[in-house]
Write a protein that binds this ligand. Structure first.
Ligand SMILES: [Zn+2]
Length: 350
């Protein structure tokens, strides 16, 4: 029996989809090969190609794509209701589009989920979970944040992007990646108000290699969130690792405010994770009042924006997304940044 050509054509998206599933299975069980052939082989070329197109436009191409997909879906639904197309055809198009988007997500970025973990890539030794190691490093973070305190008037928004980029360039040997992997242009999230209510400060757009930050970031957030999103562009998928890359890029920068913002970011995490530490009160008492004040202003800003219902719903979606992408800890992965910071500081001190 001969298969008619149009049928083969309509199968192409599904062949692409199954090929992607097979590759996912393969990469999932072969982290060193993922690292070699995808993350440091094919991916830098993809990043270069996509970013050289998206850098030309000031708005988010990814957001535009999502909008176009939603619109197309509703147009299709309209055509179905008015009986301009049959249900089978409508369903086929929905499945084809989903299959292509799924496959593209992995080919253009997502296979990085299966690369070697940062500890292995950066040759960091995992320290044992102990209160004394945590407290020692908490104390170190406090010393650093106190030392690097810089009033917000010294923040140079126009120079932020080039500052972070040059720090990434200086750190490229340690991070072991091929800098710059194309060009980067920071874009604003199209619906910043809505995302601010969900306290989503930035996100990465894998289809066009785009980094986005929220319009409503405080001055202390801008350097850290920019550096975090840029790490995703450079092939980092895990949130803990992106947090660590963002922190290190800021504290190693040549700008004093960026360094301060980096240490303040770390302090926030250490304060949060020190709830059960005996020396907590004693350590917190050592934080400079100016720093405490900045943290209070920042928290007040986000409390005012936060909408509990939207925030909780967004957290659930994000948790499910991370878990479906090989991040077993889901949203708790964000807190893994402390482990990476501790291990880096321990290694630096030894
Ligand atoms: Zn992230």
């Amino acid at each position: 029996m001969r298969i008619k050509l149009p049928h083969i054509k309509s199968l192409i998206p599904f062949i692409f989809f199954f090929l992607t599933l097979l590759l996912q299975l393969f990469f999932k069980n072969n982290a060193p090969l993922t690292e070699k052939y995808y993350s440091t082989g094919l991916y830098p070329l993809i990043a270069q190609l996509l970013s050289s197109a998206s850098v030309l436009l000031p708005f988010s191409l990814g957001d535009l794509l999502y909008l176009a997909l939603i619109l197309t879906f509703f147009i299709g639904l309209g055509l179905l209701i008015f009986k301009k197309i049959c249900f089978g055809r409508f369903l086929l198009r929905v499945f084809q589009t989903t299959a292509v988007m799924y496959a593209l997500f992995y080919w253009l970025w997502g296979f990085n989920y299966y690369r070697q973990p940062a500890h292995q890539r950066l040759q960091l030794t995992k320290s044992l979970a102990s209160d004394s190691i945590f407290s020692r490093n908490f104390g170190h973070v406090i010393k650093q944040v106190n030392f690097h305190y810089t009033p917000q008037i010294n923040f140079k928004p126009y120079a932020n992007d080039s500052m972070i980029e040059s720090s990434y360039k200086n750190m490229s040997d340690f991070f072991n990646f091929e800098y710059p992997m194309g060009k980067s242009r920071m874009k604003y999230i199209s619906f910043s108000d809505f995302f601010a209510k969900a306290t989503i400060l930035g996100y990465y757009g894998p289809f066009f290699n785009e980094t986005h930050i929220n319009k409503h970031l405080t001055v202390w957030d801008i350097p850290v969130v920019s550096a975090h999103e840029k790490s995703h562009r450079l092939g980092v998928t895990s949130e803990a690792e992106a947090g660590f890359y963002g922190w290190l890029t800021c504290v190693k920068s040549e700008d004093s405010f960026t360094q301060y913002a980096g240490w303040m970011y770390a302090l926030d995490y250490f304060v949060y994770q020190s709830r059960d530490i005996e020396k907590r009160k004693e350590l917190i008492a050592k934080i400079r009042p100016e720093v405490i004040n900045d943290m209070k202003v920042r928290n007040k800003h986000w409390r005012a924006w936060r909408n509990e219902k939207i925030d909780k719903a967004a957290s659930k979606v994000n948790d499910a997304y991370l878990k479906s992408n090989n991040i077993k800890k889901g949203i708790d992965d964000y807190n893994g940044v402390v482990q990476l910071i501790v291990d880096y500081l321990e290694q630096e001190a030894s």
